[in-house]
Design a protein around this ligand. Structure first.
Ligand code: FAD
Ligand code: DHB
Length: 389
């Protein structure tokens, strides 16, 4: 079997790249180790930059997002028990869309089915053959048999734990990492949001975030310990702890419904450089991870996909490899800016167990400055809505 581009992973980066290539006539096959149901059940990102929304439109998969997504023109930051609004519209004239990753994934899966492009789910033992310049192939197990696809290029869109990055020889990659000493405990609940906009909470007991998926569905997060288990967090304990961290007005608006999903995510910053090895191109979480505080992970996956899609178009339309040569450095420039923003949001909003008295004073000063300075809030807004591609 032969195709132009093999994409490993049917998360948002793989599906978005596949769809952009398909609608522009570039043949591609997606290989995914999980079932479609499993992929759709992962509750993750919720905030979409306008740039990523535009790309979904380019892929012909944005219609439901525009119908059902919630346009947000600001966020609130709660500090010392008081809420402060960061008005994106007034500060930078832009907004974001609150629309779940699972919905984007569903829309992309349906768009892919409509153009008749192939995705093989529940495949096993993917291995990449990268040794021969100009000739790549991917081997995998399907229905108990080993199969192979020849291709021009491989897109490694298989997330942080995938095999694509691990297929690059160690001496070629430089990895940069910070692991944070806490996680996020998240619940999804069919109850109206506490407030029309997201509330990011700095509190001495730890960070909290009140987000949403729709006018009737809330997504709530608490900073938790790395050794916490979800069994130790029945809903009653979750709401009790959240109430301690929220301002009284938000507590009054909190509906304590039964959670329909509960999970713990560790927080990490990670970048692997370069994002290319021969004919293999990494995109999304396969190449980098941000802590979720800046809502950047999915959005960075989208910008990688944009650069890679443009480079592949240039290659097939103009027979020029210039875009492919530039891909890694171009993508990484935006990646590092989002890494910085996500690290900074994490550092000003969380409680760090090892922090000294000086560190705590610095965090207070940073927040007091931020919330009293239009220039500082503009910088936050500019990054939150997304830097241009
Ligand atoms: P993934 O979504 O990880 O997809 C990779 C796919 O590859 C998976 O389907 C996996 O099964 C498959 N795969 C793995 N290994 C193999 C293999 N060997 N063979 C074949 N297939 C394989 N981002 C935001 O932008 N905004 C937010 O608000 C936000 N909130 C978040 C909240 C939480 C709690 C978490 C955990 C993340 C959040 N993120 C957010 C980050 C966002 O979810 C990720 O950045 C995004 O999923 C990355 O997409 P991806 O397609 O690159 O990787
Ligand atoms: C959500 C997740 C985030 O990491 C974030 O910063 C904002 C919203 C969410 O899941 O809704």
């Amino acid at each position: 079997m032969r195709t132009q581009v093999v994409i490993v992973g049917a998360g948002p980066s793989g599906l978005l790249l596949g769809q952009l290539l398909s609608v522009h006539g570039i043949a591609n096959v997606i290989l995914e180790q999980r079932s479609p149901e499993y992929v759709l059940d992962r509750i993750r990102a919720g905030v979409i930059e306008k740039w990523a929304a535009d790309l979904l439109d380019d892929a012909g998969a944005g219609a439901r997002m525009h119908r059902e997504g919630l346009v947000h023109q600001g966020i609130e930051i709660s500090f010392d028990g008081r809420r402060h609004r960061v008005d994106f519209d007034a500060l930078v004239g832009k907004s974001v869309i609150v629309y779940g990753q699972a919905e984007i994934t569903r829309d992309l899966m349906e768009a892919r089915a409509a153009v008749g492009a192939e995705t093989y789910y529940e495949i096993a033992d993917v291995s990449l053959q990268l040794d021969q310049p100009g000739r790549s192939s991917v081997r995998y197990g399907r229905h108990g048999r080993v199969q192979e696809i020849q291709c021009d290029f491989i897109a490694g869109c298989d997330g942080f734990h995938g095999i694509s990055r691990k297929s690059i020889p160690e001496h070629v990659l430089n990895c940069y990492e910070r692991v944070y000493p806490f996680g996020w405990l998240g619940i999804l609940v069919d109850q109206p949001p506490v407030s029309p906009e997201l509330i990011y909470v700095n509190h001495e007991r730890g960070f909290a975030l009140c987000s949403m998926r729709s006018p009737t569905r809330s997504r709530l997060y608490l900073q938790c310990r790395l050794d916490d288990h979800i069994e130790d967090w029945p809903d009653a304990r979750f709401y009790e702890e959240l109430s301690r961290r929220l301002d009284p007005h938000a507590v009054g608006a909190l509906h304590r419904g039964a959670s329909i999903e509960k999970s713990i995510a560790p927080l990490r910053s990670f970048v692997a450089e370069p994002m290319r090895y021969g004919n293999l191109f990494l995109a999304g979480d396969a190449a980098h991870i941000v802590p979720p505080t800046g809502a950047k992970g999915l959005n960075l996956a989208a910008s990688d996909v944009y650069y890679l899609w443009q480079a592949l178009l240039e290659y097939y339309r103009e027979r020029s490899a210039a875009g492919l040569e530039a891909y890694s450095s171009q993508a990484l420039r935006r990646v590092w800016k989002a890494e910085r923003f996500s690290w900074w949001m994490t550092s000003i909003l969380h409680c760090f167990p090892e922090s000294s008295g000086f560190d705590q004073k610095m965090q207070r000063a940073e927040l007091e400055y931020l919330l009293s300075s239009r220039a500082a809030m503009t910088a936050l807004a500019e990054n939150y809505v997304g830097l241009p591609y």
